[in-house]
Design a protein around this ligand. Sequence first.
Ligand code: GSH
Length: 374
Amino acid sequence: MAVFRKSTRLSCYFLNKTPLTHHLKLTKSFRTVVQEPKPTRGLLKTSIIGALVGTAIGTGYAFWKIERDRKNLSLEGSELPVQLLKYKPPITPSRRILSPVDATGLKLTLFQYQSCPFCCKVRTFLDYYGISYDVVEVDPVLRREISWSPYRKVPILVAKVDGGYRPLNDSSMIVSVLASYLTDMSNNLNDLAQYYPVIAMNDEGGKFKQEIINKYFLMYQGEIPKDRTLDDIMEERKWRKWADEVLVHTLSPNVYRTLEYFPTWERKIMINVGAWAMWMIGKRLQKRHHLKTNVRESFYDELNHWLKAIDARGSTFMGGNNPDLSDLAVYGILRSIEGCQAFKDALEHTKLSSWYQAMTERVNNHAGASLLTG
Ligand SMILES: N[C@@H](CCC(=O)N[C@@H](CS)C(=O)NCC(=O)O)C(=O)O
């Protein structure tokens, strides 16, 4: 390294100083002429142009930002309409999940990424209640399969309703709409979905968002069910929110999208760029969500927080003898990392396994179907 630095320094020296010929006394015909650099008027010109371009870009950006903030502020509180689709999006499903116990009459298509925790949550709900559905695997790079939708995330559940097809956007809203429907199946799914408007707002940090603010609420259309107390309902809501806002962020760095559905060129890009990108994203998420340097510890802490709360209830599930929507949400989110090392570590370092096994058994056997009275 020192040699490298030295040789670099020497070469600079010879370039800028006296011509070699002076030392070597070469004859005129072989003399090498090294031009002395002229006073740098070009540099001054470049600097001025650079400064002008920089100022122009800075000013442009400031104006764009002011305009954007003004627009966002004017949108605050407004409702963003979700259009009823006249036709089903013309995408062939990747697979069809047929449940032998489905008596709901629902016709559903789930647009998803297989290992997205929010999509796993929706599948868990559908599987537990034994509801049949089609799955469309979305390509996460081009997302052509959801090009028909102004909402650019997954999961999206498209439900057949009177007069067309209703897209339901956001996993917790999907679960709340379906759970409300299951309490009374004479309800119209499209009417229920209207109770979950998407509202534009600027959050505490000034970030513009489009949120379904009541997405953890069920629409009971009258009295709450006899087997539920207000306390249960509030607890369920609290833990569903925790699953989305806390738990999911402790495992995001470990969650990868499956590659098996994508063309080879996309796979290659994802594999090569992916490892580095995921490391960077993991670091950013750790900072943003205030996770410990060893993110595993934050993951175990949150799992212990959840398991302790179930212990305090003295029951198998948070919902008592049967899972409630918070059990399904937490289980669904964890299911997304089932094959990963983080999950194996969690089984080893926490007491997750008995609750998790009980959940697996209930979900795989569609245990929720026999509880439906609607
Ligand atoms: N709050 C939403 C979050 C959905 C979400 O963030 N989905 C991710 C996949 S895990 C997504 O689609 N991100 C956009 C993208 O991948 O382009 C929900 O609960 O459904």
